[in-house]
Design a protein. Structure first.
Length: 158
């Protein structure tokens, strides 16, 4: 299943490029746009940017090796920030698009929200189905199916 998440990540990044960079009318030189100076954030724009990056955080949650939550979350935030910086930098060359630091920040937050959302969904699944393996995740090819045997038993928290 890790392969499925890897393929999903590739398709997601292609989709993200198509959505954020269309129309592909790159103009170099004098058409270079400046970063948006306004820090005014519209709620629909913030919500759209967060929603756009939630899948990235979820896919990275499935791909990154299990371990302590904090280093994985930091990795997701860094990767989301780099992807967002790439998108915002490329939008500098598009006459119909605008780059802004606020978009960079909100996109990065969206990746973190996606990570935390998928972490919470996994914890909720463990609660509903009893004892799941420590972290097979949807993208782990060696994940155990032992949890299916215990699905009818109450959850153990300690």
């Amino acid at each position: 299943m890790r392969r499925v998440c890897s393929i999903g990540l590739v398709f997601y990044l292609l989709y993200l490029g198509a959505v954020t960079l269309a129309p592909f009318d790159f103009q170099f030189g004098s058409q270079l746009h400046r970063w948006e100076r306004s820090i005014a954030l519209s709620p629909p724009n913030v919500a759209a940017n967060i929603l756009l990056f939630i899948p990235l955080g979820g896919l990275l949650y499935g791909l990154l090796p299990a371990g302590r939550k904090e280093p994985r979350l930091i990795g997701v935030l860094l990767f989301s920030g780099v992807v967002s910086l790439t998108v915002e930098s490329l939008q500098l060359f598009l006459p119909e698009r605008f780059s802004s630091f606020s978009d960079l920040l909100v996109n990065t937050i969206g990746g973190g929200v996606g990570f935390l959302l998928f972490k919470a969904m996994e914890a909720y699944a463990r609660f509903l189905h009893g004892r799941l393996p420590s972290r097979p995740g949807p993208c782990d090819p060696h994940g155990s199916t032992d949890w299916m045997v215990h699905a009818g038993k109450p959850a153990r928290f300690f």
